[in-house]
Design a protein around this ligand. Structure first.
Ligand SMILES: Nc1nc2c(c(=O)[nH]1)N[C@H]1C(S)=C(S)[C@@H](COP(=O)(O)OP(=O)(O)OC[C@H]3O[C@@H](n4cnc5c(N)ncnc54)[C@H](O)[C@@H]3O)O[C@H]1N2
Ligand code: MOO
Length: 411
C-alpha cells in the first residue's frame, strides 16, 4: 500500500476518503416510490415542474382586491363580489370597484393590488382604504415559487420532508429514486450480550449494532443484521461470506486492532482485499476499509465512540455516495476554544464538544466531557465535533478551532 502514511503507518483521513471515493461505483438501479415512502430516498433524475406554482395570481392576505390606479381618484370602492380559495370571482372589476378576497383566492380579472382588511373601513358595500397601497401589493404572482419547466430538485438529492412537500406542490405523487442500499451488519466479540439479557460479570451489552442500525436507517439503507459473531475465525469467515452475498456494503464492529482475538482484518485480507487499515484520526485509528467479492467493507473499531465517529465521518459519506447522492459541501465553522483541548500532534482529532454563542456574538467551543473511546455518553452532552488538525498539539484557551455540527446521522 504505497501511501502518504506517517512513520506509524497511519493514513491521513483525506487520502483514505479519496481511496474510497475512487473505489465507489454508485448504484444505478432505479425504482419509483410513492411520496409516502420517499423520505430519505435519493432522486435518480432531475424533477422538472409541469406547472407554475402558484398556478394563478392569488392573494397573500384576507382583504379587498382593487385596481391600483383608482386610488389616484379616491379611496372609496364599491363591493361587487367575493373571491374565496377554490371559488374565484368570475367577473371583471371596474373603476372604483372591489372584490372581497381571502388568502389564496384567485385575483379577479382587472385587479392589481390587494388591501389587507385591517387597512380598510367597511360601511355596508362601501369600502374605504385607510392606508397607502403599492401596485401589486399582497399578490402572489403565478410561477413566483416554481416556474413551469424549471428544475425543482436535482438528481442525487436525498429527499427531505420539505422536498416531499415541493413534489406534492407540483402535483407529483411518485418519485424516481435509486434502489435502497443493502448493508449487512454484524458485531464481533465474545463479551457481547444482547440488550435485554441478564447482565453478566465480564460481559457488556452490544451497543454498537443497535446504534449503527439506527444510523443506517437515517441513511435510508436496508439493513441485513447478522447479529453478534463470536471471536472465532471460522464463524467470522462464514459471516463475511453470507454478508457479501446479500449486500452492497458490509459493516462490522470490533476485532480490527492487534489483539489475539482480533480477526476481522485478517479475514478481509484472506477473502477480499484491504485498501487501507489504520488512519491518522482519533478516535477510530484501526478502521479497516476494503472490498469483498461484490461489496464494500468497513471494519469499524469496537470502542463505541470510535465506531460512531468512523461511521459518521467515513462510512456515512461513502454510503451516501454509493447510494447515488451528490456529495455535500462541509461549511467550516470557526470558534474560539474556551478551555484547553488536550491533543498530541499526529492524528486529526474529532473531539466531542459543545459550541455556543456568547452575548457578544462570538462562537465559543468547549469540550463535551471525557474523550475516552469507551464513553459514548459524551455524545449526548455535545452538539458538535471540535476538529483538531493532525499537526496541532495542545490547544490553549483563546485559540481558533474548526467546528462541525453533529448532523442527522448523530442527532
Ligand atoms: N496494543 C494495542 N491495542 C489497541 C490499539 C492499538 O493500536 N494497539 N488500538 C486501540 C484502539 S485505538 C481501538 S479503537 C481499539 C479497537 O479495537 P477492536 O476494533 O479490535 O475492538 P475490540 O478489541 O473488539 O473492542 C474494543 C472495545 O470495544 C468494546 N466493544 C466491542 N464491540 C462492541 C460492541 N458491539 N458494543 C459495545 N462495545 C463493544 C470491547 O468490549 C472493548 O472494550 O483497540 C485498542 N487497542
Ligand atoms: O481509535 Mo481508538 O478509537 O483511539 O480508541
Amino acid at each position: 500500500m504505497g501511501c502518504g502514511c506517517d512513520a506509524k503507518g497511519l493514513m491521513p483521513i483525506e487520502e483514505a476518503k479519496q481511496i474510497i471515493w475512487d473505489t465507489i461505483s454508485p448504484i444505478v438501479e432505479v425504482e419509483h416510490c410513492s411520496l409516502d415512502s420517499a423520505l430519505d430516498r435519493v432522486l435518480a433524475d432531475d424533477v422538472i415542474s409541469p406547472i407554475n406554482v402558484p398556478g394563478f395570481d392569488n392573494s397573500a392576505m384576507d382583504g379587498y382586491a382593487i385596481r391600483h390606479q383608482d386610488l389616484s381618484s379616491g379611496t372609496t370602492f364599491s363591493l361587487v363580489g367575493k373571491s374565496f380559495a377554490g371559488n374565484p370571482f368570475s367577473g371583471e372589476i371596474g373603476k372604483h370597484q372591489c372584490v372581497r378576497i381571502m388568502t389564496g383566492a384567485q385575483i379577479p380579472s382587472g385587479a392589481d393590488a390587494v388591501v389587507m382588511q385591517e387597512n380598510t373601513v367597511a360601511n355596508g358595500k362601501e369600502i374605504t382604504v385607510t392606508h397607502t397601497v403599492k401596485l401589486g401589493e399582497a399578490i402572489r404572482i403565478a410561477g413566483s415559487d416554481i416556474a413551469k419547466k424549471s428544475v425543482v430538485l436535482s438528481k442525487g438529492k436525498r429527499l427531505t420532508a420539505i422536498d416531499i412537500g415541493l413534489l406534492a406542490s407540483i402535483g407529483i405523487d411518485k418519485a424516481s429514486v435509486f434502489r435502497k442500499l443493502k448493508v449487512a451488519l454484524f458485531s464481533t466479540g465474545d463479551e457481547l450480550l444482547q440488550p435485554g439479557d441478564t447482565p453478566q460479570q465480564g460481559k457488556i451489552f452490544d451497543s454498537n449494532r443497535p446504534m449503527l442500525r439506527a444510523m443506517l436507517k437515517r441513511l435510508g439503507a436496508e439493513v441485513l443484521d447478522l447479529g453478534v459473531i463470536e471471536d472465532d475465525p471460522e464463524k467470522i469467515r462464514d459471516a463475511f461470506t453470507q454478508a457479501d452475498a446479500n449486500s452492497d456494503c458490509v459493516i462490522t464492529s470490533g476485532g480490527v486492532s492487534v489483539g489475539e482475538a482480533d480477526y476481522t482484518r485478517e479475514i478481509l485480507e484472506e477473502i477480499g482485499q484491504v485498501d487501507f487499515w489504520k488512519l491518522a484520526i482519533k478516535p477510530g485509528k484501526p478502521l479497516a476499509f476494503g472490498r469483498l467479492n461484490k461489496s464494500l467493507f468497513f471494519g469499524l473499531p469496537g470502542n463505541p465512540v470510535s465506531a460512531a465517529v468512523t461511521f459518521d465521518q467515513i462510512a456515512a459519506p461513502s454510503l451516501s455516495l454509493l447510494a447515488g447522492c451528490t456529495p455535500k459541501e462541509n461549511v467550516a465553522i470557526r470558534a474560539i476554544a474556551k478551555n484547553r483541548f488536550r491533543k498530541k500532534p499526529g492524528r486529526t482529532d474529532y473531539q466531542r464538544a459543545v459550541c455556543y454563542r456568547e452575548d457578544n456574538g462570538q462562537l465559543i467551543v468547549d469540550s463535551g466531557g471525557s474523550q475516552s473511546s469507551g464513553v459514548l455518553s459524551c455524545f449526548t452532552t455535545s452538539n458538535c465535533y471540535a476538529v483538531l488538525e493532525n499537526s496541532r498539539g495542545m490547544i490553549e484557551p483563546g485559540e481558533t478551532v474548526n467546528v462541525q455540527w453533529f448532523d442527522s446521522v448523530l442527532r
